[in-house]
Design a protein around this ligand. Structure first.
Ligand SMILES: [Zn+2]
Length: 115
């Protein structure tokens, strides 16, 4: 009997967590950059890829500061797709961010229903 109640309570807790992750319960928390999943993923990614991917292309080993989406979010569609991630140093991230801006603006023009 008590086991059953516990199981139900756990299911409810899990459901509400799942819903809040999807943004149904707390729509303002749907920014994936502030999700626990991203914190965990980006931390692991940086540990595994500590060098800036852009600088590495020209043979320089520069410590990465951020995890970047190669195809920017939300254009890429899947925020957590690890095939779309790379580590970047500060300057490379800023340079790429400026290039990404155009892509993101265009995406919003083509997807007016999104905010
Ligand atoms: Zn760099």
């Amino acid at each position: 009997m008590s086991n059953r109640i516990t199981a139900t309570a756990m299911q409810l807790a899990w459901d509400s967590e799942t819903q809040s992750r999807k943004g149904y319960v707390r729509p303002r928390s749907d920014d994936p950059y502030h999700s626990y999943r991203w914190t965990r993923l980006s931390r692991r990614w940086r540990a595994e890829h500590p060098v800036c991917a852009e600088c590495l292309k020209s043979g320089r080993y520069v410590a990465a500061e951020v995890v970047d989406h190669i195809v920017p979010w939300p254009v890429c569609g899947d925020f957590f797709d690890e095939k779309n991630l790379q580590s970047l140093c500060g300057p490379c991230n800023i340079a790429k961010g400026n290039r990404d801006k155009k892509l993101i603006q265009e995406w919003h023009r083509n997807n007016p229903q999104s905010k």
